[in-house]
Design a binder for this molecule. Structure first.
Ligand code: CP
Ligand code: NVA
Length: 312
């Protein structure tokens, strides 16, 4: 299908491959406009409410600055401070906020919470990260790859580390949609969610993306154009970190493993990172790393998304 009628943005599969390319093109244009000092107030007078039930640096600041650059306004709503944190229901919160704002972004734990939020909302809802999905990050990741490689289809991405987290799942869906091969390698017990993995494989059959899982990280990194990793314990799993370390040690991105990739591979990480755990300082601070461009691109990729969802 060419494009989807986008009401909410909860997972990457709310978009088509063409939608993703359209958003990236618009994001690249607006990134240049910022550099050239050209205003782009496409959302004059519009307001985005942003609910956070987990910490954030990039998502919070990039959405807030993004709304300002679009001529609108964003409200940071910590669940600690709003009545949601005292037991007001998700549905009531969503219905009330919908009467004030033009769009809502929510970062939370269970994916069912954003789904319930969207079902009760009369305005577009954006998933700012749940336990199983982080789609706004993947828009920025694909934009970063496209900026450097000039294409997405036909490339190979390797994801090494915790396969059962939001980044892996959204990358699987995103890569499949744009026709990019993706090879995942994770320790036993930390493989991607089976239904998300199979759904990505099925999309890949139509777009030409080869979606695979490998026991050995070296096999997944073989001839990769892009290497991605993420923290070994995500937000909410901090108390598992010490026990996870023993399983995850062979899945670290270091100089040795990157030698299996292509010579001009890119390294991506959504941040925050833990140097010496999932990636060595040498790699994340080295010449193949694009992690700060990736963080910067959150701003522009999300402006393109906000424009698409909130305009009219
Ligand atoms: N990558 C990312 O979502 O960062 P924050 O948790 O700082 O928002
Ligand atoms: N997987 C990480 C991503 C942080 C942006 C987490 O959920 O903590």
């Amino acid at each position: 299908e060419k494009t989807k009628n986008l009401k909410h943005f909860l997972t990457m599969t709310d978009l088509t491959g063409d939608d993703i390319h359209e958003l990236i093109d618009d994001a690249i244009l607006m990134k240049q406009q910022v550099k050239d000092g050209v205003p782009h107030p496409h959302l004059q007078g519009k307001t985005l409410g942003m609910i956070f039930e987990k910490s954030s640096t990039r998502t919070r600041v990039s959405f807030e600055v993004g709304m300002l650059q679009l001529g609108g306004h964003a409200l940071f709503l910590s669940s600690q401070d709003i009545q949601l944190g005292r037991g007001e229901t998700v549905s009531d919160t969503s219905q009330v906020l919908s009467r004030y704002v033009d769009g809502l972004m929510i970062r939370t734990f269970a994916h069912a919470t954003v789904e319930e939020f969207a079902a009760s909302s009369s305005v577009p809802v954006i998933n700012g990260l749940t336990d199983p999905h982080h789609p706004t990050q993947v828009l920025a990741d694909l934009m970063t790859i496209y900026e450097t490689k000039g294409k997405l289809a036909g490339l190979k991405m390797s994801y090494i580390g915790d396969g059962n987290n939001n980044m892996t799942h959204s990358l699987l869906e995103g890569a499949a949609l744009v026709g990019m091969d993706m090879a995942v390698s994770s320790p036993k017990g930390f493989e991607p969610d089976e239904s998300i993995f199979q759904a990505a494989k099925a999309i890949g059959l139509e777009t030409g993306a080869n979606i695979t899982f490998h026991k050995k990280p070296e096999d997944a990194v073989h001839q990769a154009d892009v290497i991605v990793t993420d923290v070994w314990a995500s937000m909410g799993e901090e108390d598992e970190l010490e026990t996870r370390k023993q399983f995850f040690k062979p899945f670290q991105i270091n100089q040795k493993i990157t030698e299996y990739a292509k010579n001009d591979y890119l390294f991506l990480h959504c941040l925050p990172a833990h140097r010496g755990e999932e990636v060595t300082a040498e790699i994340i601070d080295g010449k193949h790393s694009r992690v700060f461009d990736e963080a910067e691109n959150r701003l522009h990729a999300q402006k393109a998304l906000l424009k698409k969802l909130l305009k009219n």
